[in-house]
Design a protein around this ligand. Structure first.
Ligand SMILES: NC(=O)c1ccc[n+]([C@@H]2O[C@H](COP(=O)([O-])OP(=O)(O)OC[C@H]3O[C@@H](n4cnc5c(N)ncnc54)[C@H](O)[C@@H]3O)[C@@H](O)[C@H]2O)c1
Length: 91
């Protein structure tokens, strides 16, 4: 495979989300939950939902995500650097 072919293959894999992890913040909220559902449905990416679970959160808006092999949830605040670094280190 030449360099252009390799670059094209990588671009296609990235577009499909193969082998990548996407962190969604606020994924239990109105917009974030739609993003999580879309990513699980339309890509092959692993999806990590990082949400503080405020009053606005609703985990019931993620049917099909819990137990999904490419989905993980972490209750954390995006303002807490160490907690976020821990999440990225474990994925
Ligand atoms: N049924 C509806 O039409 C409906 C319902 C809800 C919201 N809305 C609209 O959607 C828009 C807002 O949607 P949204 O998804 O941006 O907000 P949201 O308030 O719905 O969700 C925000 C999410 O982010 C999380 N969060 C907040 N602070 C955080 C922090 N520091 N760290 C980690 N997570 C944190 C919350 O727990 C929540 O799950 C508004 O315009 C609102 O009016 C519409």
């Amino acid at each position: 495979m030449d360099l252009i072919g390799l670059a094209a293959s990588i671009a296609i894999a990235l577009a499909a989300g193969v082998g990548i992890t996407i962190f969604v913040t606020g994924g239990a909220g109105f917009i974030g939950s739609a993003v999580v559902r879309h990513l699980l449905r339309e890509t092959k990416a692993r999806v990590v939902n990082i949400d503080k679970l405020t009053y606005a959160a609703n985990l019931d808006s993620l049917p099909g995500a819990v137990g999904h092999p490419r989905y993980a949830f972490a209750q954390a605040c995006i303002c807490e650097g160490p907690a976020l670094r821990k999440q990225s280190a474990h994925r």
